[in-house]
Design a protein around this ligand. Structure first.
Ligand SMILES: NC(=O)c1ccc[n+]([C@@H]2O[C@H](COP(=O)([O-])OP(=O)(O)OC[C@H]3O[C@@H](n4cnc5c(N)ncnc54)[C@H](OP(=O)(O)O)[C@@H]3O)[C@@H](O)[C@H]2O)c1
Length: 420
């Protein structure tokens, strides 16, 4: 019954990331992409088409009529990227993962629930799938089948994210580093130095804002490049040499630069500390480390490095993976309910023409076949005949719909059986 749903996909599981981009639709603009997708849809005889492209996944989700000839993946790939040489098309097609029917539905739900992600539990993929569908819908490339399937996908993925711990424990180095800070429960007035103004410290700064830290100084090799971070705390970014003259002490340092040499040396650390002799948290997100081994081991220093955070990330990822079994059960329950919904929708579609056809039969009977007989009747008899015809018309419309529903539903497991 679900045979029409198909997925052709290339992911990090079977390809290196550089290769995946070959299977993306080659388009220069969104208008171009829309045209290319419409052409693929038409040339492949596809009813509905949706396209998802991320840095580690390319997915084509489509609905194809049941009586279509066998799907030709090589021809599809040629339309997707005409620069793939003919000689490698067959081989590339074999490397794709291809799913049909219930397997395709299952795959989509597992992807949306992030069970198939590089980092299990990352919800970003859920947002990306919804956006891809919105795009397909806005471009009139999708229809009723993908609409129903997306409804199922959204319900199932929400259920998984809400009722399992799949996304609960953080696994990104930056969010874990901020958790390390929160574990120490420093006051929101803690004096924090951010050394480095790249992408990583930019992310750190967002977490610091979120948690209400405000006493923050930002230092970077090129101060102008760190200005956006400093402005979050109503400060001016300073240069690394300004660290040498920094006064006012500190409680916490986040250091993250591309320097291959330690920047936070013992001399600099002592200079920054002044006369204060309390514990300090030093979080070093750089690879290689930007904090000298002398500072790392100093008595009053609580040092956290990337290696330590990676170990926590691995443990948390292990916890997330353990939730996969529970997530799969939830997905199976949703797929079972979908079967009923999809059946009913098929019937509705098949039956949508019945009323018009019966009306047409009645009209033909009145206006052509029995016209003369009806004209010879007196008004009272004519009124009775019209009433009988109208009554019959209504009954005739409901009989086939009821009968088909009964046949199909008797073939379905009960709701209780599906939920058990
Ligand atoms: N383990 C992890 O998961 C992970 C994740 C992300 C990053 N990292 C590490 O974090 C570091 C920076 O990452 P990022 O994402 O912030 O990179 P980024 O956005 O490229 O920024 C690099 C930063 O390092 C500074 N920098 C580069 N070379 C320097 C040098 N020789 N001396 C002083 N400053 C220098 C840059 O200063 P300018 O603005 O002046 O160019 C900039 O502030 C790298 O070591 C990276 O390996 C690790």
């Amino acid at each position: 019954m679900y045979r029409g749903f198909r997925i052709l996909t290339f992911t990090h599981r079977h390809h290196n990331l550089r290769d995946i981009s070959r299977f993306m639709i080659q388009a220069d603009s969104s208008g171009d992409l829309k045209e290319r997708m419409s052409a693929i849809k038409q040339l492949m005889g596809i009813d509905e088409l949706m396209y998802l492209s991320t840095c580690n996944r390319v997915m084509y989700l489509f609905y194809i009529p049941d009586d279509s000839p066998a799907f030709d993946a090589a021809k599809f790939l040629q339309l997707v990227n005409p620069s793939i040489p003919n000689t490698s098309l067959e081989k590339d097609a074999l490397l794709a993962q291809y799913f049909e029917g219930q397997e395709a539905i299952n795959h989509l739900l597992e992807v949306a629930s992030s069970l198939d992600s590089m980092i299990v539990g990352e919800r970003e993929i859920f947002r990306q799938i919804r956006e891809s569908y919105d795009q397909a819908k806005a471009w009139n490339l999708s229809g009723d089948n993908l609409r129903l399937l997306m409804k199922l996908t959204v319900q199932a993925a929400k259920d998984v994210y809400t009722n399992t711990g799949i996304g609960n424990k953080p696994v990104s180095v930056v969010s874990l580093s901020v958790q390390e800070l929160l574990k120490k429960q420093p006051s929101r007035d803690a004096r924090i130095l951010l050394i480095g103004g790249g992408q990583t410290n930019l992310l750190v700064s967002k977490f610091l804002v979120k948690h209400g830290y405000h006493h923050i100084e930002v230092f970077n090799r090129t101060p102008s490049k760190a200005q956006a971070i400093a402005q979050k705390f109503e400060r001016e970014a300073k240069s690394l040499t300004d660290l040498l003259t920094h006064e006012g002490g500190f409680d916490v340092v986040f250091i993250c630069t591309g320097s291959l040499q330690p920047l936070l040396t013992k001399d600099l650390f002592d200079q920054l500390s002044g006369r204060e002799t309390h514990d300090r948290l030093v979080i070093d997100l750089s690879v290689p480390a930007n904090v000298s081994s002398e500072v790392q081991q100093a008595e009053l220093v609580d040092y956290v490095d990337v290696e330590h955070l990676r170990q926590i990330a691995d443990q948390n990822l292990g916890f997330r993976r353990e939730e996969i079994g529970k997530a799969r059960q939830i997905i199976q329950r949703h797929i079972a309910s979908f079967k009923q919904l999809f059946h009913e929708r098929l019937i509705e579609r098949a039956m949508s023409e019945v009323p018009a056809e019966i009306k047409a039969i009645r009209q033909k009977a009145v206006e052509e076949v029995f016209r003369k007989d009806l004209e010879s009747m007196d008004p009272k008899t004519r009124e009775v005949v019209d009433s009988i015809l109208l009554y019959m018309e209504k009954k005739c419309i409901s009989i086939p719909i009821k009968a088909v529903k009964q046949i199909v539903l008797s073939d379905m497991p009960s709701r209780e059986a599906m939920q058990s």
